[in-house]
Design a protein around this ligand. Structure first.
Ligand SMILES: Cc1cc2nc3c(=O)[nH]c(=O)nc-3n(C[C@H](O)[C@H](O)[C@H](O)COP(=O)(O)OP(=O)(O)OC[C@H]3O[C@@H](n4cnc5c(N)ncnc54)[C@H](O)[C@@H]3O)c2cc1C
Length: 407
């Protein structure tokens, strides 16, 4: 625990907030991370991280351990409901020691890893059960008002960063309910389920195209646990969605298993509404937004946290540049401009197409009509193209040190 006044207050001990705290803390910056919960969130959410996120985990010194606690996935495929292969790609086209191979590690375990590393830093303090209820700023500092078990407190720092997730209080303090974009009519249900997909020869991650029973099945542990996330029609309450799970599994899982047959075991289940939204700005004076607090996308293709971690890498370079007097504050305007452009030009269109592909294509003709599936076919025959295609996601990486003052 640090008794130094913080230079940055990070709101939210999700993966984005913890990573920013760790990266800044490793450079000696005094940081407070304030979290409303009494521990880190363990709902079934992000599991897979691609190249832009892995670069930042590497810079924070946690990549090797993340790979060890999780695993590197081998291949991804797109299939029909009867599991006929439509296309896919393999990470075997990269050398084994490539640092940007896609890694699977469920979010709560990534959070735990980050907390373990943060515990070594005496200049970073994680304050649980501190809920931000208001913010403010003046020319020299920004402050947050927090509700704690012992009453309200005001905490002040040079900068406040909102990593407080989709319903961000910081974003709402800045822009009210204005969060431009849309909410999908389709709902999704994410489960962690034990099921023997290996018997059916599936890849590590599989996207199943079907107008009603579209889903994704991805291996999330070495011991038979899979993330099965499927689409549902609009209009059902969360309770109804949970009650429909056995019917849905019987419709779409291979072998059409009935619950009483004991062929699967659901470990956790969470329905979600999904959104494509981007905040009006990611900087207002000394208050900054990053990751889900700033932008949302559907989870198909794993662009959510990967994009969020790319924000964190960018914001780290901007803030450390200011802290070490190598950059002036105008770099934060660049952060706002560039990261929002990355969302608009890359994350939003790609993630939207990823989800739409699952339910809007005719699976029987998709390989002839869908550019992405056609590219998968080409990647299978051409290793150079496969590498280029898989690393296209690096388009969301941007080097902010180029804006540092020369000399
Ligand atoms: C089903 C599903 C699967 C997904 N799969 C992937 C994937 O494979 N790959 C990927 O890249 N992304 C994926 N995502 C998206 C990913 O989970 C999110 O982008 C990620 O969790 C966002 O991290 P965050 O740190 O920004 O926010 P969060 O993880 O939401 O953390 C925010 C934190 O802020 C705290 N907080 C909130 N309000 C306050 C307040 N007022 N005061 C103090 N603390 C506060 C919360 O308690 C929480 O701990 C998936 C999402 C879903 C729903």
């Amino acid at each position: 625990m640090t008794d130094r006044a913080p230079w940055v207050i990070v709101i939210g001990a999700g993966p984005a907030g913890l990573l920013l705290g760790l990266m800044l803390g490793q450079k000696g910056v005094p940081v407070h991370i304030v979290e409303k919960g009494d521990r880190i969130d363990d709902r079934p959410r992000a599991t897979h991280y691609s190249a832009p996120a892995l670069r930042e985990l590497h810079r924070a010194g946690v990549l090797e351990e993340a790979r060890r606690r999780g695993f590197i996935i081998e291949s991804i495929s797109w299939r029909k409901l009867d599991l006929t292969y439509l296309g896919g790609f393999s990470q075997k086209v990269f050398p084994k020691d490539d640092k940007e191979l896609m890694v699977c590690l469920p979010l709560d375990r990534l959070g735990q890893l980050l907390v373990e590393h943060l515990n070594y830093l005496s200049n970073v303090d994680i304050k649980y059960r501190h809920e931000v209820v208001d913010i403010g700023q003046d020319d020299c500092s920004a402050w947050v008002e927090v509700q704690t078990p012992t009453g309200k407190q005001k905490l002040r720092a040079k900068y406040v960063v909102g990593c407080d997730g989709a319903s961000s209080k910081l974003r709402r303090c800045l822009f009210g309910d204005n969060f431009p974009g849309f909410t999908w009519e389709e709902q999704i249900v994410a489960t962690n389920t034990y099921f023997d997909f290996d018997k059916y020869g599936l890849d590590d991650a599989n996207f199943i195209l079907h107008p009603q029973h579209w889903y994704m099945a991805a291996r999330i542990s070495k011991y038979g646990l899979w993330r099965i996330t499927y689409g549902e029609e609009k209009g059902f309450s969360n309770e109804e969605l949970i009650a429909r799970q056995t019917m849905k599994f019987e419709k779409f899982l291979p072998g059409n298993p009935k619950p009483e047959e004991g062929k699967y075991k659901v470990e956790s289940i969470s329905p979600y509404r999904v959104h494509q939204r981007l905040a009006e700005h990611m900087r207002v004076g000394r208050v900054l937004l990053a990751a889900d607090a700033a932008h949302l996308c559907n989870p198909f293709g794993g662009m959510g946290l990967t994009g969020g971690i790319a924000d964190i890498g960018s914001l780290y370079d901007c803030l450390i540049g200011i802290y070490e007097q190598r950059a002036d504050e105008s770099i934060l305007d660049r952060y706002d401009e560039v990261r929002r452009a990355m969302y608009n030009n890359v994350i939003n269109p790609i993630s939207s197409a990823n989800m739409r592909r699952l339910f809007s294509l005719d699976p029987d003709t998709a390989t002839d009509n869908d550019e992405f599936l056609m590219a998968c076919k080409r990647a299978q025959a051409d290793e150079n193209f496969s590498r280029e295609f898989q690393r296209g996601v690096n388009a969301i990486v941007h080097d902010f040190t180029q804006y540092y003052k020369s000399g």
